[in-house]
Design a protein around this ligand. Structure first.
Ligand SMILES: NC(=O)c1ccc[n+]([C@@H]2O[C@H](COP(=O)([O-])OP(=O)(O)OC[C@H]3O[C@@H](n4cnc5c(N)ncnc54)[C@H](O)[C@@H]3O)[C@@H](O)[C@H]2O)c1
Length: 250
């Protein structure tokens, strides 16, 4: 039997990278995937590729009304909502000295507030379905610091703590909530920077050296961990941190 038979999963950031790879796995495992993203072109193209088990809904994760519409559309189209993956995010490099208030707000609005709005908007529908699983994509930078990513670290630490809150609140309704902490993953988020210089080597080489496994991660490696958390194979896991980082935090 497929691992997500009859399960309906809403994925922010579902048009690209880790979110898109997870949507592919959801459909391959017998589930329905609703791609919620601000990138209409990529989102509709992927939904078309995945066929009748997938749907694209335009969502800006910082706008509550678009989240509410996405949840309503999901339930209308597929009958219920069992899983939510909060994968929409942006990566910006800045320091405590050069990060403007505007940049700090932009990163935290998308990465942190967007995750809050996703959890809030989906909660009632999951409760109505008898429970569900929320997977919030944090980062290794939600577990440890980086002097080059001030606003991003703050936003991903907030996602980690929010996850524990939702897990505790959701426990009596059988709504589980876990965070996933990827190392550096080869997706469109970091791809444009990989060929840039970092001292006497490329940024890719610098990042590869950070991971004891000696390479960047692939989106499907993170998607497999998310898939596990969406299925009934993980029913005793909630409020926990799942690390997928090639040994980086070890
Ligand atoms: N790639 C990495 O190295 C890495 C490492 C750790 C954590 N992460 C996290 O994984 C998640 C997925 O990132 P990815 O690497 O797949 O990046 P990606 O750029 O491939 O995908 C991010 C998606 O989020 C969408 N998005 C951005 N802002 C949005 C908004 N306001 N509303 C709706 N959608 C929006 C984008 O359109 C895009 O489709 C992010 O939260 C990111 O912070 C990535």
């Amino acid at each position: 039997m497929a691992r997500l038979e009859n399960k309906v999963v809403l994925l922010s950031g579902g048009a690209s990278g880790i979110g898109a790879e997870t949507a592919r796995l959801v459909v391959r495992e017998g589930g329905k995937a609703v791609l919620a993203d601000r990138d209409e072109a990529k989102g509709t193209a992927l939904a078309r590729e995945l066929g009748p088990s997938a749907l694209f809904v335009p969502v800006d994760v910082t706008e509550e009304a678009t989240w509410q519409k996405a949840v309503a559309t999901t339930v209308e189209a597929f009958g219920a909502l069992h899983g939510l993956v909060n994968a929409a995010g942006i990566g910006v490099r800045n320091t405590i000295e050069d990060c403007s208030l505007e940049d700090y707000r932009r990163v935290n609005d998308i990465n942190s507030l967007g995750t809050f709005l996703g959890c809030k908007s989906a909660f009632a529908a999951m409760k109505a379905a008898g429970g569900g699983s929320i997977v919030n994509i944090s980062s290794v930078l939600g577990l440890r610091g980086s002097s080059a990513a001030m606003a991003y670290c703050a936003s991903k630490g907030a996602v980690r703590s929010l996850t524990k809150y939702v897990a505790l609140y959701g426990a009596s309704s059988n709504v589980r909530c876990n965070s996933v902490h990827p190392g550096y993953i080869d997706t469109p988020m970091i791809a444009p920077r990989l060929d840039q210089a970092a001292g006497n080597r490329t940024f890719r080489e610098y990042l590869e050296d950070l991971h004891p496994l000696g390479r960047l991660g692939r989106p499907d490696e993170v998607a497999n961990m998310i898939l596990f958390l969406l299925t009934d194979e993980s029913t005793f896991s909630t409020g926990s941190e799942f690390v997928c980082d090639g040994g980086l935090t070890a």
